[in-house]
Design a binder for this molecule. Sequence first.
Ligand SMILES: O=C(O)C1=C[C@@H](OP(=O)(O)O)[C@@H](O)[C@H](O)C1
Ligand SMILES: C=C(OP(=O)(O)O)C(=O)O
Length: 425
Amino acid sequence: MESLTLSPLKHASGEVQLPGSKSLSNRILLLAALSEGETRVTNLLDSDDVRHMLNALTKLGVSYELAEDRRSCTVQGVAGPFKADAAELFLGNAGTAMRPLTAALCLGNGEFELTGEPRMYERPIQDLVDALRPLGADVEYLGDEGYPPMKIKASGLNGGEVSIKGNISSQFLTALLMAAPLAKDDLTIVVDGELVSKPYIDITLHSMKLFGVEVINDNYQRFIVKAGQSYRSPGEVMVEGDASSASYFLAAAAIAGGTIRVYGVGSDSVQGDKAFAEVLGKMGAQVSYGPTWVEVTKGELNGVDLDLNAIPDAAMTIATTALFAKGPTAIRNVYNWRVKETDRLAAMATELRKVGAEVVEGEDFIEITPPAEITSAAIDTYDDHRMAMCFSLAAFGNAPITINDPGCTRKTFPEYFDLFKQVTG
Ligand SMILES: O=C(O)C1=C[C@@H](OP(=O)(O)O)[C@@H](O)[C@H](O)C1
Ligand SMILES: C=C(OP(=O)(O)O)C(=O)O
């Protein structure tokens, strides 16, 4: 396994043009495929998660033309459910491909197998399948009950009223919402209990609206989607920059100074993770926004105690930023860190201790007391892109930090370490 050793870093400044948002890239590609007409998608993310979606669309008979740099793509919509009647789809560890495609495939007619990397077989999908079955979906688990791989025998989805649990992943509700307009009748979706990662539902509703579909949203507890609203191409869509990817650069500036400005995400962004900069502000960094940019300058950082359920991905960056704050930091209500690329609560606790932090790992929270001096360590990344990216920040101490398997950032941000070097060199 390769590793990358970062010498102690002192400074971070410059400008970063963010790659396209993963969440938006995969939603827009799927909706473009299901819609009437041709859609030109620009600023598309080029990363493993998006490649899995693109490969799946090819196998499902969708044609598209991808630019040589893979950052723009013209998709020919199939105007309704996929036309393919059989396919085996390998979806890696991409939640934004696995969950939405599971629901979308049920709309058509045929037999489909959905497979992925070993970790995908440990990431739950039962709450989605339990919501699809009463609508007529035939989904068989091929391995463990409640987890991929799965076989779908599709024959369309009925309308009616269905309830879905949202306390493990918002992607289940996202998947059902995006499939809903192509069901045979109107669909009412009732959220059973707590809904985690709520801002991702706004990304979903925003994406559906771009493609001409309106959803009645009753306080995120009840959604009504009228049938017969077909997706229609808006012609051209530009993908916003990735707000989660922005977090590492903004945190670098907050920790080390001078100033970093990221372009592609700002006050106009639909992504919940734009709120990450506000958290840095609460810690003491100076933050300013434009419609499509965010700028952070170093401040005296203090620990915070916050519920970060709404921004679970960017919240990981707060965990390593906490190494440079005065006093302890608590990140609360992040139980679902445990079912992501790795058990992120356990991984974060183990690796933060390696650099000298004192850590309390709760069932759904983590408390971090920074060390007086960060100690040199080799950080294991657990095939989790965010572990690799977060721990690059530990190099702002006085000790070298080795990141094992830095290539795992390919899931969402293949060029991360090149850009990080540019702003810290
Ligand atoms: O819908 C999305 O695009 C995502 C939703 C979130 O997952 P959960 O809803 O499982 O928390 C987030 O962590 C993931 O990276 C992307
Ligand atoms: C949880 C993540 O990914 P996924 O879309 O696979 O859920 C993530 O990117 O942090």
